[in-house]
Design a protein. Structure first.
Length: 143
């Protein structure tokens, strides 16, 4: 009976570790993307902002309200100065309400495509520099 419990314990621990590793390394939702309660799309028209402005989605240029976030994944830094980042978009462009396009090459992004960016973390404010999309930066340099 004791070995059956040990086998079940190690099986559950293995499944949990596999799930955790998958979400940590392969999921595109590392930046937190849950919109605020009641702050979704219900009855609201999205205002188009200027690309590069704070609180603006870099994929569709939608002006985001407080609590609305962009889905992104930031990867560990090798140099310590900046980090590589994948940006999928905000809740409005990921659900198909707005046109998703690369601000560098102008290509329309399909499902599963993302922007590649560098994340510079500073004490009071972080800065994101978009390098291109997964198509235009596929064979080019990242820096």
């Amino acid at each position: 009976m004791g070995t059956v419990i040990q086998v079940l314990f190690f099986t559950f621990a293995g499944v949990f570790l596999l799930w955790f590793g998958y979400t940590l390394f392969f999921a595109v939702s590392g930046g937190g993307s849950i919109p605020s309660p009641g702050g979704g799309k219900q009855g609201k028209t999205r205002i188009t902002g200027v690309p590069g402005d704070p609180r603006t989605c870099p994929v569709c240029s939608a002006k985001l309200e407080k609590g609305e976030r962009v889905k992104s994944s930031a990867f560990p830094s090798f140099t310590g100065t900046d980090r590589l980042m994948h940006i999928a978009g905000c809740v409005y462009c990921l659900e198909g309400d707005r046109r998703r396009s690369c601000p560098v090459c102008g290509a329309v992004l399909r499902d599963g495509e993302f922007l590649i960016a560098r994340l510079f973390e500073k004490p009071h404010r972080s800065h994101v520099h978009v390098l291109g999309c997964s198509r235009c930066k596929k064979h080019g340099s990242l820096f």
